[in-house]
Design a protein around this ligand. Sequence first.
Ligand code: M6R
Length: 364
Amino acid sequence: DKGAFDHYMLKEIYEQPRALAATLALDARHRVADELFGEGAAAVFDKVQAVQIVACGTSFHAGMVARYWLEELAGLPCQVEVASEFRYRKRVQHDNTLLVTISQSGETADTLAALRDAAPGDFLASLVIANVDNSSLVRESDLVFLTRAGVEIGVASTKAFTTQLVALLMLTIALGRRRGLSEDRATDLVNALQRLPEYVQETLELDRDIEDLSEAFIAKHHALFLGRGIQYPIAMEGALKLKEISYIHAEAYPAGELKHGPLALVDNNMPVVAVAPGDDLLEKLKSNLEEVRSRGGELFVFADRQAGFASEPRVRVLNMPHCPEVVKPIVYTVALQLLSYHVAVQKGTDVDKPRNLAKSVTVE
Ligand code: M6R
């Protein structure tokens, strides 16, 4: 039931504060409990020396974000690959690698085949992050973290993605504790997670402003999404969402790659969306954006309201809630979901069931 919403996608976007809070199952002392990942997780986590993430589509983007967390906070080498590539190539594995699959449905054919094909002995253990209990991936993995997004009906993944990110940050904290992540830093991360539903709620309150921005995209055929650091995979997710439901061709690039090719595409028919990081990469992003502006491109910047961006001719800034760096990928995703949603609605596409796509891809 869509309730008061016009589409399931919009309802599911708005359910995120609740879905995220439900997925944040911390123990009584507000710590990430090993048991959340299934029986025997603690013994496996003690031995992990590397992580291999395998997934498709939006779930793959969640894995791309997690790589930044796992390497920076847990000091673990992490590889991320789309399942349809991973399963068909000869690989070299670190010792004691944890295989992590990510899947909303738990039934995606390539992801399941990647798990099944992983030779016994190649991996220390398998862990799935899934939203559907008793799905094939859940039944066949050694360890399981179930996200609590609730049923997702819209083909475009929204609350499934943001809850996957929460699960992956919790996994990073559990693994990090064993690898030099200080208790103080772990507590900061948990505190940031606990306030996440609040930051997402504040982002939902920007809905009207985002709808205003969306009008500039309706008559366009292409769009470029730029990010740096951990916001690069969020730019990828923003681009996927736009192409999937509005049928506008969208590409994501790490902003530092602009000069190496995509800048040639920029003119006043190419809206450029920038997802700003708040750290030392911010200044670098600003100079990339100047490159776009001086070529006549129109910029749409999603940035922390304290980051010092102001709207000016050909630059429209969406002031995002001020929040800890670590949860920014999750918070900014919500704004990009709303952007694609409004573009698609105004174009009149079938938002919940985009052409040619299925909710669950159970064939190769
Ligand atoms: O159920 P899964 O998470 O394994 O599905 C993977 C992809 O098919 C899925 O994320 C797809 O990319 C979404 N439609 C994107 O919105």
